[in-house]
Design a protein around this ligand. Structure first.
Ligand code: FES
Length: 189
């Protein structure tokens, strides 16, 4: 019997990469890296809210309606952290962004005249934010407000026009202002 000769395959020498191949591989690797970073960034962005509760740009849980809402005869309440005024006009509540829509000064409530007035160029607004006079191009911007039950059910929320909300009949509902959702006031044309 002829002795079988073991013939081990000789290892093949790898041909060296050409400069063009090397550059192509490097380019493809960098594309893959950019893709992975993009996916990771998008996941992080959607998984974590950009603003914490109680931080401007995020949601402000104010407390029970009976404790935090102004009465119809009360002056508007300024929330300086959230940058809004809570204003009660005949039993309707609105959250007004506290920046003047002309050039961005902070306007203030004037109890003597019963209106908001801007110290910079004199724009004036009603208690519900409606434009009265001055160089401002529109009524005050407003923020989305909601009344929420203890079980986190939204009972009422600001509509797309940013109209004031009726005061809830249930005083135990929680009041929430979303300072990340600003609705432009109407132009006065
Ligand atoms: S910034 Fe308010 S009137 Fe000009």
């Amino acid at each position: 019997m002829a002795e079988a000769k073991a013939t081990a395959a000789a290892p093949q020498a790898m041909a060296p990469l050409t400069r063009r191949e090397f550059l192509n591989y490097a380019w493809l690797s960098s594309l893959g890296f950019v893709f992975l970073v993009g996916i990771g960034g998008a996941t992080f962005f959607f998984a974590f809210p950009r603003f914490k509760a109680g931080e401007f740009g995020g949601v402000f849980p104010l407390g029970k309606a009976s404790d935090v809402l102004p009465k119809p005869t009360d002056p508007p309440i300024h929330n300086t952290d959230g940058k809004f005024w809570l204003s009660n006009v005949n039993g309707m509540i609105i959250a007004l962004y506290d920046v003047c829509v002309h050039l961005g000064c902070l306007y203030a409530w004037q109890p003597v005249t019963g209106r908001f007035e801007c110290p910079c160029h004199g724009s004036k607004y009603q208690k519900n934010g409606t434009y009265i006079s001055g160089p401002a191009p529109r009524s005050l911007d407003r923020m989305v407000m909601s009344f929420v039950s203890a079980s986190s059910q939204v009972v009422a929320t600001t509509d797309a026009q940013g109209d004031p909300l009726p005061i809830p009949s249930d005083p135990s509902l929680n009041v929430i202002v979303d300072t990340g959702k600003v609705i432009q006031g109407a132009s006065h044309g």
